[in-house]
Ligand binder design. Structure first.
Ligand SMILES: CCCCCCC/C=C/C(=O)SCCNC(=O)CCNC(=O)[C@H](O)C(C)(C)COP(=O)(O)OP(=O)(O)OC[C@H]1O[C@@H](n2cnc3c(N)ncnc32)[C@H](O)[C@@H]1OP(=O)(O)O
Ligand SMILES: NC(=O)C1=CN([C@@H]2O[C@H](COP(=O)(O)OP(=O)(O)OC[C@H]3O[C@@H](n4cnc5c(N)ncnc54)[C@H](OP(=O)(O)O)[C@@H]3O)[C@@H](O)[C@H]2O)C=CC1
Length: 310
């Protein structure tokens, strides 16, 4: 009996083969556990062998089925070879979760070209390479007619992006890459729909994942205050992201493609951290314009440049 308690029904993914990039830690590890709990054979992909081995062993101890493949998703030849080996070993890929990713905080003006390229390659190019190879090699293995004859759709793909709807100040490289991934999700969804392939994305907000541990102390201190800016007043959990991913992979989402599900506690809806008064009529925001602004608030409508000139 697995120790992972999924919200979904037993054997939902029985007999399916799923790839999870970044499956050696954090959100990817959690997704891999849930997919295995639901009956899939899970292939964990990442760069660090020890992490992959550990998670594969955890899944096996839980009664699930997992294997792993060490690969940098930015390495085109490596990705091609890996997908070929996995298709050869398992006959197909039914599910791909493009979860591997990461970035480091930096002001935009201080980003080096090398750092920009490292993050864009990790969060955009790598996901593209994985999706393209899974598509190409699945199509080579099973023609569309064979897929239909077996009553089986093509692989379902879920791309993990991030809450970048208002830009990503402090992480510009990642915001640009994730926005690219969201756009790629829509294009792939349309181009590959005729093959029965669905492509969707999940955009996590602030998640209390193991990945947060990779940041330095100042960043960790910032993270401890982030819940205040989330309407649900807490960080999300790895399993809340995993549930959204498993929903999109499942037949429950059979008529969904090209979509992005946000798992963010409402954060992008209320970014300014203004404390909501206990009684919502205690401050009127209508007509928030210079001409009608109470005198005590006028100073707050001035930019520093305006103030210098007065
Ligand atoms: C309202 C909600 C908003 C949602 C916000 C979303 C919050 C997201 C949270 C998370 O994603 S959680 C954690 C996910 N995990 C990570 O981020 C992992 C940690 N990050 C990394 O491993 C790196 O950032 C990386 C660039 C993604 C790794 O790529 P690579 O292995 O190729 O990098 P390196 O070889 O280490 O470096 C290449 C190049 O990049 C620059 N650089 C890398 N790290 C830093 C840094 N900490 N500070 C400054 N510059 C960095 C640098 O130019 C490196 O080149 P060299 O200087 O080493 O020659
Ligand atoms: N936690 C959060 O609040 C949020 C996270 N996200 C995103 O969710 C995803 C999972 O993050 P999280 O679990 O928190 O963080 P982790 O750092 O734990 O997970 C990232 C995983 O990706 C793997 N990885 C990184 N680069 C590569 C690469 N080039 N090739 C193969 N694997 C790679 C890492 O393993 P290894 O280094 O061994 O290769 C690691 O296992 C990431 O894309 C992250 O940016 C998005 C929004 C918010």
């Amino acid at each position: 009996m697995s120790c992972y308690e999924s919200i979904f029904r037993d054997a939902l993914f029985a007999g399916q083969v799923g790839l999870v990039t970044g499956g050696g830690s954090g959100i990817g590890r959690c997704i891999a556990h849930e997919m295995a709990r639901l009956g899939a054979h899970v292939v964990l992909v990442g760069r660090t062998v020890e992490k992959l081995e550990r998670v594969a062993a955890e899944i096996a101890e839980d009664g699930g089925s997992a294997s792993w493949w060490a690969c940098d998703i930015r390495d085109e030849a490596g990705v091609k070879a890996m997908v070929a080996e996995i298709v050869a070993a398992h006959g197909r890929v039914d599910m791909l979760v493009n979860n591997a990713g990461g970035q480091y905080p930096s002001p935009l003006a201080h980003l080096s070209k090398k750092g920009w390229e490292a993050v864009v390659a990790t969060n955009l190019t790598g996901g593209f390479l994985m999706a393209r190879e899974v598509f190409e090699q699945s199509m080579q293995t099973f023609s569309r007619r064979e897929h239909r004859a077996q009553g089986r759709p093509g692989p379902a793909i879920v791309n993990i992006i991030a809450d970048m709807w208002r830009g990503m100040p402090g992480m510009a490289h990642s915001g640009a890459a994730r926005a690219g991934m969201q756009n790629l999700t829509m294009t792939a969804a349309v181009e590959w729909a005729r093959f029965g392939i669905r492509v969707n994305a999940v955009a996590p907000g602030w998640i209390a994942s193991a990945g947060m541990e990779t940041y330095d102390e100042p960043m960790k201190t910032t993270i401890t205050h982030l819940h205040k800016s989330v309407p649900l007043k807490r960080l999300g959990t790895e399993s809340e992201v995993s549930a959204a991913v498993c929903f999109l992979l499942s037949p429950a989402a059979a008529f969904m493609t090209g979509q992005t599900l946000s798992v963010d506690g409402g954060a992008p809806l209320y970014p300014n951290q203004f404390p909501i008064p206990a009684h919502s009529n205690s401050l009127a925001f209508n007509g928030f314009h210079r001409a009608t602004t109470p005198a005590f608030l006028s100073a707050h409508l001035q930019s520093p440049e305006d103030a210098d000139q007065t």
